[in-house]
Design a protein. Structure first.
Length: 129
């Protein structure tokens, strides 16, 4: 049960609905917008706490380039699809270089894929800021 909740919390926007029970469904478009928003709202705080408690802020700022790219720039570069979120989460875990320049990002091998995904999702939500 606990695992299921985590999957629901971390899953794509639509999964929130899948986990949310059988409430009456609004028109499909509305549903998509609403579920996207709720994912961001629910996870933003969690993501910020994680980002703050890890070393991310040593190299990243929200909207200015530091050692690593600004999170807002990362958000502009990528579509927030599941595949992209998984790729970027894996990169945070394994580290890497060459996308933004020759400076490498250090690996974070103790992070779970789920935690990394929460942070990446939040970062990609900064597109419009
Ligand atoms: C030692 C400095 C450093 C730390 C610490 C660091 N990063 Fe990075 N990060 C970088 C650099 C440098 C890049 C650009 C890598 C490249 O050019 O491929 C980057 C890139 C990224 C990207 C974009 C990857 C891509 O392929 O476009 C994301 C997302 C990211 N970092 C998230 C995080 C998160 C979350 C943390 C904390 C867990 C973190 N970073 C910690 C330096 C760092």
């Amino acid at each position: 049960m606990k695992k299921l909740m985590v999957v629901c919390a971390l899953g794509a926007g639509l999964m929130i609905y899948a986990c949310g029970g059988n409430e009456s469904k609004p028109a499909e478009k509305k549903e998509e917008a609403a579920s996207k928003k709720s994912v961001v709202d629910a996870d933003a705080e969690k993501a910020l706490t994680m980002i703050g408690s890890l070393d991310c802020t040593t190299c990243h700022k929200i909207s200015e380039k530091n050692i690593g790219p600004a999170y807002t720039e990362v958000a502009k570069k990528y579509e927030a699809t599941d595949a992209v979120i998984t790729d970027l989460a894996n990169k945070v875990i394994k580290g890497g270089q060459g996308v933004w320049g020759s400076v490498p990002m250090t690996p974070h091998p103790n992070l779970s894929l789920d935690s990394a995904k929460v942070m990446v999702k939040y970062i990609l939500s900064l597109k419009n800021q």
